[in-house]
Design a protein around this ligand. Structure first.
Ligand code: ASC
Length: 128
């Protein structure tokens, strides 16, 4: 899938970067730091939904060194890493559904669990 390990590292970081940019725009609204705009939230959420699973295709064997903050636990506790990604995907699906209702309150309520799932994975699987 990737020619060289460093290509995989670059790819997953790029995917996380795009995801964080668009998730962050939804988050700013959900947290009251930006005005609620249901259409903008939906547009940003559509990008998030199309990219949030991509990084996890790029943590293959041999991609544990170089320019990465991934901890060895990504590979040594692969089942836990997958469970953490699945938890995020599940929370993300719920946030997407909430955003699609057009309701700020629904979005606000569904946002927290996603942020928590990001943080949980960073705490366990990413260098500080
Ligand atoms: C974000 C983002 C993350 C998470 C994390 C939640 O918006 O880019 O990595 O939320 O900060 O704790």
């Amino acid at each position: 899938q990737f020619q060289k390990p460093e290509d995989a590292v670059k790819y997953r970081k790029a995917a996380f970067t795009v995801m964080a940019a668009h998730f962050g725009r939804v988050g700013a609204m959900a947290q009251g730091k930006a005005p609620w705009d249901a259409q903008a939230a939906a547009a940003n959420m559509a990008v998030v939904m199309s990219v949030h699973q991509l990084p996890f295709t790029a943590f293959g064997a041999g991609t544990d060194s170089g320019d990465t903050r991934a901890l060895p636990e990504v590979w040594s506790k692969a089942a836990d890493f997958k469970a953490a990604a699945d938890k995020m995907a599940d929370a993300m699906g719920k946030l997407d559904a909430a955003v699609k209702t057009g309701s700020f309150d629904n979005t606000k309520a569904a946002f927290g669990p996603v942020g928590g799932s990001c943080k949980a994975c960073h705490d366990d699987f990413r260098k500080k």
